[in-house]
Design a protein around this ligand. Structure first.
Ligand code: ADP
Length: 484
């Protein structure tokens, strides 16, 4: 089976969030299982110089509105995965991928209409024709529609089946109807059955309507998004496609995230040497200017600073957290208002709040290795990766029971024999704090805490199982497309 994975970001080329982790790791896991797989992404400014760039004069021409926009496909590679970078500096050589701290780039509709076309033109120009084109999120979703409208008689592309993975329904690519001309499809597609979304154009919806098969990144989230509460207005469209909608939990890359081999942390450790975690804890405290203490419970959050991740619960609760005698560390970047509120809080609690506003992968590793508890009270969470990294590092998750968080964490109080963390249900400060208190109670009992840590570290969320499930979905997509 030949697969092409298309994504606006892929680690290690470029990453702003979990999407890049997933689209970087899945190809490696598929390859190990004998699948032929390549990837395609925009050639962003942030792509470093340590990747090969093979220019093969693969020029592409993509209709965007009435223009023929010229780009070039550049071949590259990471970890043995052939990668196609779509070069178009006017669109992709920018300081950010999608938006500045002040908002989205105004030409995102144009940029990602081009990219979604370029994915298909890249297939033609490179001659790598996949059986299944695996699309990820709204930035690639139009490809599914273009295939069925513009390429349905194309001898190379007409047999290509599509799988669309929705990593976060909160981001749909919604644009005003004046942008319809960019797509080069007729107004007959501007109806609620296809692209129209309350008077606007919705790119993700196009993918949901036209892809052969759809999935999200956990089973629970695939069910939640079919309800008005989590559906962001698309629950009806998703319910219509319920028989083609699946949930596949993300795996994690244990080559990147493993305290036994992690070169980014001061002291490596495993289940037999968990006491060494304390050395990392002190290193973390020193790095962030907190008082070194092996015993004081250290709670941490690494996250995009957005409402989705529960910062509207966390920030007002910080003083109450400190009243419980803990230190708290936050690493994150995102919405300006949260930057400001956290900076203000830091001024009030300089000795117990460790704060780094920004994106810092090395610090993320140190936090996972050094913290005792990982707090993630998301409003909704398609899968969530940090709770999985936390498990591996013996950093006990305290999470809200939603989406992937609910699927991956077993509550300790409900099931002390199998528990791997602490969950709460209601989206309130009180519910969150009571879960933190339950965690701290166990923390004080050294023996129980140590066996809990060890159980967390023994959990296996490796990619192999998820990759096997994706292979099943690829087979289903082919069947659905009528080409298997
Ligand atoms: P999402 O994709 O919704 O942001 P995930 O939990 O799926 O959330 O993935 C987030 C990924 O981004 C994780 O790998 C996490 O470690 C990383 N991350 C998020 N914010 C930062 C940051 N400020 N610095 C370093 N890594 C971060």
């Amino acid at each position: 089976m030949k697969i092409l994975i298309a994504s606006p970001e892929i680690f290690p080329f470029v990453k702003t969030g979990g999407l890049a982790d997933v689209t970087g790791s899945l190809p490696k896991a598929l390859k190990t299982l004998g699948v032929e797989v390549r990837v395609v992404l925009p050639k962003h400014k942030q792509i470093g110089e340590n990747f090969p760039l093979r220019y093969k004069n693969w020029k592409i021409f993509c209709p965007v509105s009435s223009k023929m926009v010229e780009g070039e496909v550049v071949e590259s590679e990471y970890d043995g995965i052939i990668s196609y970078l779509i070069e178009k500096d006017e669109y992709f050589y920018r300081d950010y991928l999608y938006s500045t701290p002040d908002g989205d780039y105004l030409d995102n509709a144009e940029r990602f209409t081009f990219f979604s076309r370029a994915i298909l033109e890249a297939i033609k120009v490179t001659g790598y024709v996949p059986d299944v084109l695996h699309l990820n999120d709204w930035e690639t979703a139009l490809s599914a529609m273009f295939l069925k409208i513009h390429y349905k008689n194309d001898h190379l592309l007409k047999n290509v089946a599509t799988l669309l993975t929705i990593h976060n329904l909160g981001y749909q690519g919604i644009f005003w109807h004046y942008d319809m001309h960019l797509l080069n499809v007729g107004w007959e597609y501007f109806t609620p059955e296809y692209l129209e979304f309350y008077g606007k154009i919705n790119f993700l919806k196009a993918g949901i309507v036209f892809a052969d098969i759809i999935n999200t990144v956990s089973k629970k989230y695939s069910q939640e998004i079919q309800t008005p509460e989590f559906g962001f207005g698309l629950d009806g469209v998703l319910r219509k496609r319920a028989s083609d909608l699946f949930g596949v939990l993300n795996g994690i890359d244990y080559e990147e995230w493993n305290p036994e081999t992690d070169e980014k942390i001061p002291v490596k450790y495993n289940t037999n040497t968990v006491e060494k975690k304390k050395i990392n804890k002190v290193a973390l405290q020193k790095t962030l200017g907190l008082q070194p203490s092996e015993d004081k419970p250290l709670i941490a959050t690494i996250s995009r600073l957005s409402n989705q991740k529960g910062f509207d619960l966390i920030i007002p609760a910080i003083p109450q957290l400190f009243a419980l005698g803990v230190q708290y560390v936050v690493l994150g970047t995102g919405e300006r208002r949260f930057h400001e509120e956290l900076e203000e809080t830091k001024k009030r609690f300089p000795e117990v709040l460790g704060l780094k506003i920004g994106y810092d992968n090395d610090l993320a590793h140190l936090i996972e290795a050094g913290a005792d508890i990982f707090l993630l009270p998301s409003k909704y969470e398609p899968c969530g990766l940090n709770q999985l990294y936390s498990l591996k590092y013996g950093t006990v998750p305290v999470v809200r029971a939603t989406g992937g968080l609910d699927d991956t964490i077993i509550d300790y109080n409900e099931n002390p024999e199998a528990g791997t963390g602490f969950k709460f249900h209601e989206y309130t400060v009180d519910a969150m704090l009571s879960a933190v208190k339950r965690a701290l109670e166990v923390y004080r009992d050294k023996k129980s805490w140590e066996s809990l840590i060890k159980r967390c570290m023994a959990q296996d969320f490796s990619w192999e199982r998820s990759a096997r499930e994706y292979i099943k979905l690829y087979e289903l997509a082919l069947k659905k497309h009528g080409t298997s």
